[in-house]
Design a protein around this ligand. Structure first.
Ligand code: GUN
Length: 280
């Protein structure tokens, strides 16, 4: 029976540490404010945005909300980002993705000042990660590293398979695991013999975007399974990319959905916000 890796508990530990740090920074006269921009009213995005603002409040930094209508133009959004870049009170800027189709997501990401890019999506921060230089790291993969380390799982020397090659999760995840001295394979929708490949993994990180896709045939008895997916099943219950009930009895450790990777993403966003505040 697998050990369950408790993301809720670990994220809480991190937020407590950050709360302490923010109090110290405030004593040095530093203030932080995260600008959170949401274009349109996608219900899932609204939940994420609300949770991010709550986390700011919890650790003691301010947040400024910009709720723009669905029909906002690219030029209008870029203008707002320009204003926030120049505003010394604003230490972090986050545009909740996805944006409506009239707006080019890449242009938005590139418009954010890299020193305020707490999501770690700007090419300068991505390039820093590739080159091993300091910069903001994408929150979900950074959170997975913390989950592994703080639950006592060794990364160095292990064989890691990452399923998924998105800019937000799969690619930065592979780079971070490499930085931690794992041997890394990135698998994706065109990968052949996926169950065979995955069953070699000591650490399997699943960001495939398909509900309960990974069953016991993909897993070995000694693997640590990290599930990045979040979906609602037929009964409206949350589930991940991994068939938790089936896999759980056949592996070493696993993250649940909810309560695994999800809370870590916000904790690492707060980590980045504090770093931005510190660098002021
Ligand atoms: N949409 C889904 N995940 C994320 C994230 O980590 N940051 C932002 N800004 N939007 C997202």
């Amino acid at each position: 029976m697998a050990k369950v890796i408790d993301g809720k508990k670990i994220s809480q530990e991190i937020k407590e540490e950050l709360k302490q740090k923010v109090a110290e920074l405030k004593q040095q006269g530093k203030q932080g404010c995260l600008a959170v921009i949401q274009v349109g009213a996608d219900p899932a995005s609204s939940v994420y945005v609300r949770n991010k603002k709550r986390a700011c409040e919890y650790i003691g930094i301010a947040s400024a909300s910009y709720e723009l209508p669905e029909e906002t133009t690219e030029a209008e959004l870029l203008k707002l980002i320009g204003q926030l870049n120049r505003d010394a009170q604003i230490t972090g800027i986050l545009v909740q993705l996805p944006v409506p189709e009239q707006i080019d997501e890449n242009k938005v990401i590139q418009a954010i000042d890299p020193s305020k890019d707490v999501d770690g999506f700007h090419p300068q921060n991505v390039g820093a990660l590739v080159s091993g230089l300091p910069g903001f790291v994408s929150c979900t993969p950074a959170g997975i590293i913390q989950l592994l380390k703080r639950s006592g799982n060794t990364i160095a020397g292990k064989e890691c398979v990452v399923i998924g090659r998105s800019n937000i999760v799969g690619k930065p995840m592979a780079l971070l695991m490499l930085r931690e001295n794992a041997t890394v394979t990135v698998a994706h929708s065109k990968t052949e013999n996926l169950p065979q490949l995955c069953s070699r993994a000591d650490i399997l990180i699943v960001a495939i975007g398909k509900p309960r896709f990974i069953d016991a045939s993909y897993i070995n008895e000694c693997a640590v399974v990290i599930d990045v997916g979040i979906h609602r099943n037929e009964e409206g219950k949350l589930c991940g990319d991994v068939d938790y009930e089936q896999v759980m009895p056949h592996t070493e450790a696993i993250t649940p959905v909810p309560g695994g990777v999800g809370p870590m993403t916000i904790a690492m966003l707060m980590h980045n916000c504090v770093e931005a505040m510190e660098k002021q």
